[in-house]
Unconditional design. Structure first.
Length: 440
């Protein structure tokens, strides 16, 4: 009977969450009650050790820096300039506005790595323009929701920074591993939008020529002025990580400084904007770190109470093949996304599943990337669908919830296709980490 007790922690935590208790407090309350029951007052020493581990982990220092980058880019108005630089080249293409939106989301995702950090900014900027040119409302909704969630799978990613220590794998290897899957997913988005608008031109009409349109030379100048500085910032952040010149935390510090300098360069810097970005960074970081601490206490009690050993024994008795075990775990992660946010899913399931996956003979970095893809899919999937909640906050009344639900379905299919591709070809994940390990 004592072997089953740790497994009662998950139902209790879920019940508390459904009753309206915040995720961090639900997991802390569960950890304290079960910890006292299993270990009595000795659990206090375990909790102190976990608190010290979280507070002294250098990798987690990257979280506020990446969040600050996203907040600065959001508050500075740089999005307007990026969209202008991209759209002047795509405006003549079928679905050109939607294509420009996705490309802009890719750049923002590669700049800050914060899930959904750009969705509200991109939505406010592009929805009125796409409505003006009579774009299909479902296409508008799906494009913004899917594009805004690319921060999960395009490096640098705050989710990877959180996931690495929990899975006991290198954050750098996770960032290398997500490069090809991220590019595949973003490419599928662009191909789908272009193909759809070629077949059904009324869903994403070409923009007709307008008087005073810039010449080719002017387009080059606009692109150089508005695209090159943000791209240099991305190279500084990603390049320093991927080539082993800086740790993720050091690279995040470079990006934080570069994002402020970017606002100065574009003459968009204001003390009010800096203050708002700092406040937003403080709030988001406090939330993430509180849930991280709660998750660490929760998993510490679960593992210490024998939960992992019991799970291993159950799985061995079930005699599941490795691939069936993998499919079962990914299904659990996906279903959890209906009710939980990404950080709760990562904190609960990464420490529990990674040892089982490793013992089954799978590469843990590869599994973490599959985990990230599934999280991104659940990010778009109702009823939780945080991406839809973000969009509802900025969308006009003429775009209703039906448009949003209908719009995300094709992109969920594309994300599932990406998952199948990465599962079929694990080298898409493992190649870069192995090459860069030799390079370093």
């Amino acid at each position: 009977m004592s072997d089953i007790i740790p497994f009662l922690m998950l139902p209790m935590a879920f019940v508390l969450m459904f009753l309206g208790v915040q995720v961090a407090f639900a997991m802390m309350i569960t950890a304290v009650l079960f910890g006292l029951y299993i270990f009595s007052d000795r659990v206090i020493f375990q909790f102190i050790e976990k608190i010290e581990d979280i507070s002294s982990n250098f990798v987690f220092a990257a979280i506020p820096l990446f969040v600050f980058m996203g907040a600065i880019l959001e508050k500075s108005g740089i999005a307007d300039k990026l969209f202008e630089a991209i759209h002047i080249w795509t405006r003549r293409l079928p679905g050109g506005l939607a294509l420009a939106t996705v490309i802009m989301c890719i750049i923002f995702a590669a700049s800050s790595g914060v899930i959904g950090a750009t969705e509200s900014v991109v939505g406010l900027l592009t929805i009125p323009i796409m409505l003006r040119y009579k774009y299909n409302k479902s296409l508008i909704s799906g494009t913004i929701c899917a594009g805004g969630s690319l921060g999960t799978i395009i490096p640098p990613s705050v989710v990877a920074v959180v996931m690495g220590p929990l899975a006991t794998v290198s954050v750098g290897d996770l960032l290398y591993g997500m490069v090809f899957p991220g590019l595949i997913m973003a490419s599928l988005y662009l191909i789908y939008i272009f193909t759809l608008c070629v077949i059904y031109p009324d869903r994403g009409p070409r923009i007709p020529p307008e008087p005073g349109e810039p010449s080719f030379r002017e387009k080059i100048w606009i692109s150089t002025k508005n695209l090159v500085p943000p791209l240099l910032m991305i190279v500084a952040v990603l390049g320093s990580i991927l080539f082993g010149l800086a740790s993720p935390t050091e690279a995040a510090a470079i990006g934080a400084i570069a994002s402020v300098l970017l606002t100065v360069l574009y003459r968009n810097f204001t003390w009010k904007g800096l203050y708002q970005a700092l406040i937003k960074t403080l709030l988001i970081t406090a939330m993430i770190m509180a849930v991280l601490l709660a998750g660490s206490l929760f998993t510490g009690v679960f593992i210490g109470g024998g939960g992992i050993n019991t799970a291993n024994n159950i799985i061995n008795q079930m005699q599941l093949s490795p691939w069936v075990l993998l499919a079962l775990m990914l299904s659990i992660i996906f279903l959890s996304g209906f009710f939980l946010d990404w950080i709760s899913i990562v904190l609960i399931f990464v420490p529990l599943f990674t040892p089982l996956i490793t013992s089954a003979g799978f590469d843990p970095v590869w599994f973490c990337i599959l985990f990230l893809i599934v999280i991104q899919t659940s990010y778009l999937t109702p009823p939780m669908a945080p991406a839809i909640f973000y969009l509802r906050a900025v969308a006009p009344e003429e775009i209703n919830i039906k448009h949003m639900y209908r719009g995300v379905v094709p992109f969920i299919v594309l994300q599932s296709l990406t998952l199948v591709i990465v599962m079929t070809f694990p080298s898409l994940v493992t190649y870069l980490p192995s090459v860069m390990l030799n390079f370093r």
